[in-house]
Ligand binder design. Sequence first.
Ligand code: SIN
Ligand code: MN
Length: 219
Amino acid sequence: MEKSSHFLNEAEIEGFFRMAEPINLRGMSLYDGFLSLEAQEQMVKDLREVVRAAPLFSPITPSGKAMSVRMTSAGRYGWVSDRKGYRYSETHPDGGPWPAIPQSVLNVWEKVSGASRSPECCLVNFYDETAKMGMHQDRDEQDFSQPVLSISLGDDALFRVGNLTRGGKTESVWLRSGDVLVMGGEARRLYHGIDRVKPNSSTLLPKGGRINLTLRVVT
Ligand code: SIN
Ligand code: MN
């Protein structure tokens, strides 16, 4: 019988996830190697459907530059940016609604977020070998008591974490395929970014590159 992405029972979830004590990164919790290869492959399959329904686009920053990361979203809200600014929208720039967040992704939130609410947005970031993301805070959401949960798939990425205000000493860690990072509590508001992606460091995505998912409670 083919394994369905939907409604995995506890036993199946256990085989998909490696539960171990997370690494503390300035208050963020890094679950190193959390997703099994099988879980990663299932997620990529589910994300192909998401991207089919809501194609990746290159957001334009308010200052008019195209971001190097291509994006789309799943869930009630998607994150968009253009000359008018950064915000959440109930529609894709093409005009349609966003597809549902895949169950394979929701399972991770259930397992490790510790959140009291369900995610309303799964932002899908695609990095090719030249893409990066400058230091920023996630602050377009209304309730900072809810964590942001990040899932890495594909090539390794150098993640930098800073402080509650811009500048100061930073620390970096390589995020690898299958890693899950929970930014909760005070660490929810830490500046962070991606300096670079290491090409050909993973074989998960046939054409290379990196996918990062961030699950957010928006309202
Ligand atoms: C983000 O901060 O939205 C993305 C972080 C990442 O790509 O790991
Ligand atoms: Mn962010």
